[in-house]
Design a protein around this ligand. Structure first.
Ligand SMILES: *[C@@H]1O[C@H](CO)[C@@H](O)[C@H](O)[C@H]1NC(C)=O
Ligand SMILES: *[C@@H]1O[C@H](CO)[C@@H](O)[C@H](O)[C@H]1NC(C)=O
Length: 358
């Protein structure tokens, strides 16, 4: 309980720092790191990547109705949160890597198939691992420094917000795949230690590069995504997978807290979205959904699982929590982003004059 309250107070501090700053939302710069849950189109630029979503029916409910490289029918949670912060959703890094003005406004390095570990998602041939994304962030910093000078660049990077959502693929496309080495080589206790010690190095490196205000999203109940449910005879959530995820979240939260003590001026935050996602899956009707145990595209298999052009979509996409076997629908992302945002603001009434929500 004490930890929760500290976390909320802390979260409010971070959000107030961004939302209530005098120069305010217009100048808020965000850098986003992650996997297919947050990707906005980097993999479109990776010619040989097999982790892609640049074809129908992805994007059918996005502005314009075209596939963008987002792994959902519409907006990601990050898109919705950017809108709430009053800023455009940062573009994919690979679409603006030569454009210094665009880089200064914040970019998104997320890449489908990416994990905390280098080896995660190897079978997608090409993806930007978290380490690759941090390398690109370092390049970004050097590019901007050349243009605006070291002092201004340091200020920009210290004041920016960093959103990181990664780790799902280290389970779904690594540890939980029986034919890959990590699941055979490590017990879960060993694997989770490896993930968290790797994250420690990665977060520390981001800090050295200037990150101070960082939000790390914990994992959702991966045992309940359609691609995992099909492994149970009765279509239920895989309990053991959810227990592993909870263990990861708990250790990642401890890491974030210890980094805040270790690194001067670090304001890192662990955003626990596990329960919100689980609520949506367990009681979809409460949120206006009808189906949460299968995907709209009806592609629930342990391999593949993407919404290919030949998939038969559900009739009403707003009735479904899951779009494909891994990713939530636009409608679910809106609910989750709302919950995430109001959690941040609920801790302190003074935070009220932020972005409006109803
Ligand atoms: C992962 O890749 C990075 C390069 O991006 C390399 O520096 C690092 O040593 C690799 N880590 C491991 C454990 O192999
Ligand atoms: C999903 O849940 C519904 C109603 O609870 C049930 O009828 C259906 O068989 C389930 N589908 C799968 C794929 O488990």
């Amino acid at each position: 309980m004490g930890i929760l309250i500290r976390q909320l107070v802390f979260a409010t501090t971070v959000v107030m720092a961004v939302a209530a700053a005098p120069s305010s939302a217009a100048s808020l710069v965000t850098f986003i790191f992650g996997d297919s849950l947050t990707e906005v189109g980097n993999n479109n630029f990776l010619q040989y990547s097999l982790a892609r979503s640049d074809y129908p029916w992805y994007g059918i409910d996005y502005d314009g109705g075209q596939a963008t490289g987002r792994f959902t029918n519409g907006r990601t949670i990050g898109d919705v949160i950017s809108a709430k912060l009053g800023i455009p959703s940062p573009p994919p890094y690979l679409s603006v890597s030569k454009n210094v003005d665009a880089l200064q406004g914040g970019v998104n390095y997320a890449s489908g198939g990416a994990g905390i570990l280098n080896e995660t998602g190897l079978y997608f041939i090409q993806r930007l691992t978290f380490n690759d994304q941090i390398d690109l962030f370092k390049t970004t910093k050097e590019t901007i420094k050349t243009k605006i000078g070291e002092g201004a660049a340091n200020k920009l990077f210290n004041e920016a917000m960093y959103f990181i959502g990664i780790g799902s693929n280290d389970y779904v496309n690594n540890f939980l795949q029986p034919f890959l080495a990590d699941g055979q080589q490590y017990t879960h206790d060993e694997f989770v230690e490896l993930l968290v010690s790797t994250l420690d190095q990665q977060f520390s490196r981001l800090y050295q590069l200037g990150a101070r205000k960082m939000v790390f999203h914990g994992l959702g109940p991966l045992g309940c995504i359609p691609s995992q449910r099909v492994k149970s005879k009765t279509g239920e959530c895989l309990k053991r997978v959810n227990e592993w995820v909870l263990e990861f979240n708990s250790k990642a939260k401890n890491l974030v807290n210890s980094l805040n003590k270790r690194l001067p001026n670090a304001k890192f935050m662990f955003a626990d979205t596990y329960q919100d996602v689980l609520d949506l899956i367990v009681a979809p009707a409460t949120y206006g959904f009808k189906v949460s145990n299968t995907s709209c595209c009806n592609v629930d298999t342990t391999v593949g699982g993407l919404c290919l052009p030949n998939a038969k979509m559900c009739g009403n996409r707003k009735d479904y929590v899951f779009w494909d076997a891994f990713h939530p629908t636009d409608a679910a992302n809106v609910v989750l982003a709302d919950k995430f945002f109001s959690t941040l603001f609920s801790a302190s009434p003074q935070a009220a004059p932020g972005p409006s929500h109803h």
